[in-house]
Write a protein that binds this ligand. Structure first.
Ligand code: MTE
Length: 322
C-alpha cells in the first residue's frame, strides 16, 4: 500500500472514489514538502492511478464549479493515436510506452538539446490548477491538473528574438492502434504564438487529481491551454520547437476550413457543422458516462478566461483569426 494511503487509512480498491479523492486533497494540503525530487521519474506505464508524491501547491487558478470525476476524465478521451472512439484511449492506454521519455528542444533558442523527463521536471515545483477544458465537440470537463507554468519551462531554453511561435509534437509509436490506421498525419502537431505560450495560464501537466498523468490523458507530460479548444492541449509531448513561422497544426492540416490556428473558445463563432454557443459538461461521478453529462450550459467566451487573455488578441478579427 502506498504511504499516503496508509496515512489516510485508504485501501487501494477505493482509489477512484470521490470521498477518497477529497481525503487525498486534504492530505495534500496538509502534507509537508517532500521536495520536487519526489516527482522525478514519473510517468505511468499502465492505465491505473499512481499518486504523485511530494507537496502540491494550491494556486488561485481554480473554480467553484463541480469537478468532473477522475473516472469520467480518464474514461472519455480524445487521443487519436490510441483510437478514435471515446473509450479507446483508456482501453489501449497500456500500449503507450512512457519510459524512458525525453523531450527534444529545437530551433530559435540558446539551449537546444534532448532533455530527459527528469531534466525537464527537476527545477519545477508542482502546482494544482483547476481548469475548464472545452472540447471543440461541445462537451467540457473541470479538471484539477498538476504541473507547472509552460513559461517557466520555455524560459529555461532561452528563446531568441526569432522565436515568434512554439511548435509541439506528440510521440509517434508505430504499434499504437490509431497510428497504424493513419487517422491523422502523424505526429500530432500543435502550436502557440510565443505570447500565448508565455501567458501564465498556459500549463505543462504531469498529473491530474494528484495522480501521475494517466496514459490516456497524455502521459508523461502534456500541454493544457484552457481558453482554447481542447485539441490545442497536445498530449505526450516529445518535441518543442521555437520558430519564426506559424506552426502547422494537425487539425488545421486535416480540415483547414474547420480548425484555425488560434482555436480560442468562442460561442459566437460556429463550427461549420455545429453551433459553439452551448456545451454539455461531464460532472458528478455516478452512473454511466452518458448519465454524467449535464443538460446544455452556455459556453463562455475564451472558456471564461477572457479577463486574463483577451488582451492577447486586441484588434484582431476573431471571426477571421479563429
Ligand atoms: N493530443 C494528441 N496527441 N492526440 C489527440 O488526439 N486530442 C485533443 C487533445 N490532445 C489529442 C491530443 C483533443 S481533441 C482534446 S479535446 C483533448 O486532448 C482531450 O484531452 P482529455 O482526453 O485529457 O480530456
Amino acid at each position: 500500500m502506498r504511504d499516503w494511503m496508509k496515512l489516510a487509512g485508504i485501501s487501494p480498491d477505493e482509489i477512484t472514489d470521490k470521498a477518497v479523492f477529497e481525503k487525498r486533497r486534504q492530505l495534500m494540503r496538509a502534507s509537508v514538502a517532500a521536495g520536487v525530487g519526489g516527482f522525478i521519474g514519473g510517468g505511468v506505464t499502465s492505465a491505473s492511478a499512481a499518486p504523485l508524491s511530494g507537496d502540491i501547491i494550491k494556486t488561485d487558478w481554480t473554480t467553484d464549479e463541480e469537478h468532473t470525476s477522475f473516472d469520467a476524465a480518464t474514461s472519455y478521451n480524445n487521443f487519436y493515436e490510441l483510437g478514435t472512439a471515446k473509450e479507446d484511449p483508456k482501453r489501449h492506454a497500456r500500449r503507450l510506452k512512457t519510459e524512458p521519455w525525453s523531450v527534444r528542444v529545437e530551433g530559435a533558442c540558446e539551449k537546444p538539446g534532448t532533455y530527459t523527463l527528469e531534466d525537464i521536471l527537476k527545477p519545477h515545483a508542482i502546482e494544482e490548477r483547476v481548469y475548464r477544458l472545452r472540447c471543440v465537440e461541445a462537451w467540457s470537463m473541470v479538471i484539477p491538473w498538476n504541473g507547472f507554468a509552460l513559461a517557466d519551462l520555455l524560459k529555461r531554453f532561452e528563446p531568441t528574438s526569432a522565436a515568434k511561435y512554439v511548435a509541439f509534437e506528440t510521440v509517434v509509436q508505430d504499434d499504437l492502434p490509431g497510428v497504424r490506421r493513419n487517422v491523422l498525419d502523424w505526429p500530432y502537431r500543435e502550436g502557440l504564438r510565443i505570447d500565448e505560450a508565455m501567458h501564465p495560464l498556459s500549463f505543462m501537466a504531469i498529473g491530474m487529481y494528484g495522480e501521475h498523468m494517466p496514459n490516456q490523458n497524455g502521459a508523461p507530460i502534456r500541454l493544457v491551454v484552457p481558453w482554447k479548444y481542447g485539441y490545442k492541449s497536445i498530449k505526450s509531448v516529445v518535441t518543442i520547437r521555437f520558430q519564426e513561422e506559424t506552426p502547422e497544426t494537425s487539425w488545421n492540416l486535416s480540415q483547414p476550413s474547420e480548425y484555425g490556428f488560434f482555436s480560442n473558445v468562442n460561442p459566437d463563432r460556429s463550427h461549420p457543422r455545429w453551433s459553439q454557443a452551448k456545451e454539455r459538461r461531464l460532472a458528478g461521478d455516478s452512473g454511466g458516462l452518458s448519465a454524467l453529462f449535464t443538460p446544455k450550459i452556455d459556453t463562455r467566451f475564451m472558456n471564461g478566461y477572457a479577463e486574463e487573455v483577451a488582451g492577447l488578441y486586441a484588434g484582431m478579427d476573431l471571426q477571421k483569426f479563429h
